[in-house]
Design a protein around this ligand. Structure first.
Ligand SMILES: [Zn+2]
Length: 296
């Protein structure tokens, strides 16, 4: 069994996204890709936030995809912190409960370009914590010209949120999170895919190690880079945090067949085959942690 904790899809393709020159894969295209490489199920993260959208997706579309393929897709809902009334006292929990009762297992990917400690974002976190749904988020390094919750070098605002919302499960994702796996990350390197040996003192590693509510979503080039840039570190981090790391792809287009669909999967398969990680670690990261966390 393999579960992808992070994917996007559109039942009805819209305009191509400029980043890829393609629109998202349809559910049928995804299933075909998954069958090729041996991925059984996937969490769909709806796109509801304008900062990174060429068109906005409805949560009803995602629910209907999951109803059509109940053994392949697991729905998350997504709520923008500005939704309902653009106010820190908006009752976002009302929406979360509705979608939780409709089968959604989490919230995200949060991509609003607001600071982690913006009152609108803290309101969303407080409601998610109370309703009991985990959040998947993308981190931005700046305001404007990008998407994601904004933080500074070494993630102080996120760290404060982790302490302020101890019962909220955070599924951490993106370059600005995973570049912090290494202690030598800089203002220049933190938004990208730094290479080379991982040094002591990385904030991402520390946050995952020390906080029961912080999990690592290993999807996309960013998660793959964190675990593979220094393979010896990667194997030992997988061993050490075997209950806190989750396999994912972040396939955003059919052309991702050649990169994020297979990169981490191949790394994990090879690590298992060559005895660099145990079957126990492999199974936890590839699906058991997702099953436990999402109550599948
Ligand atoms: Zn994503």
């Amino acid at each position: 069994m393999v579960i992808d904790i992070h994917v996007h899809t559109r039942a009805i393709p819209g305009p191509n996204r400029k980043a890829t020159g393609q629109t998202y894969a349809t559910p049928e295209q995804l299933i075909e890709m998954y069958d090729e490489v041996g991925i059984d199920r996937a969490v769909i993260l709806p796109g509801v936030t304008p900062e990174c959208a060429f068109h906005i997706q409805s949560l009803q579309e995602v629910l209907s995809i999951c109803e059509r393929y109940p053994d392949r897709f697991i729905p998350f809902c997504n709520i923008d912190p500005r939704q309902v009334s653009n106010s820190p006292d908006a009752d976002l929990g009302y929406l979360m409960e509705y979608y939780r009762d409709a089968g959604c297992k989490g919230i995200g990917e949060l991509t609003a370009n607001l600071y982690f400690d913006d009152p609108l974002v803290e309101n969303l976190f407080a409601h998610a914590e109370r309703v009991g749904l985990p959040v998947t988020f993308h981190v931005a390094t700046q305001k404007g010209g990008t998407y994601g919750l904004i933080d500074d070098l070494n993630l102080p605002r996120f760290e404060a949120a982790v302490a302020k919302f101890p019962d909220l499960v955070f599924l951490c994702h993106s370059q600005a999170f995973w570049s912090e796996i290494s202690g030598d990350v800089t203002e220049e390197s933190r938004g990208g895919y730094p290479s080379g040996p991982v040094t002591e003192g990385g904030k991402a590693a520390e946050l995952i190690r020390e906080n029961p509510n912080v999990y690592g979503d290993l999807s996309a080039g960013s998660g793959f880079n964190a675990i593979s840039r220094d393979p010896e570190f990667g194997y030992s981090f997988l061993e050490e945090c075997q209950d806190k790391l989750l396999f994912g792809t972040d396939v955003c287009a059919p052309k991702n067949r050649d990169d994020v669909l297979v990169n981490l999967k191949n790394f994990m398969d090879d690590a298992l085959k060559q005895g660099n990680i145990s079957r126990t670690v492999y199974d936890k990261v590839m699906y058991q942690n997702a099953e436990r966390l999402l109550g599948l």
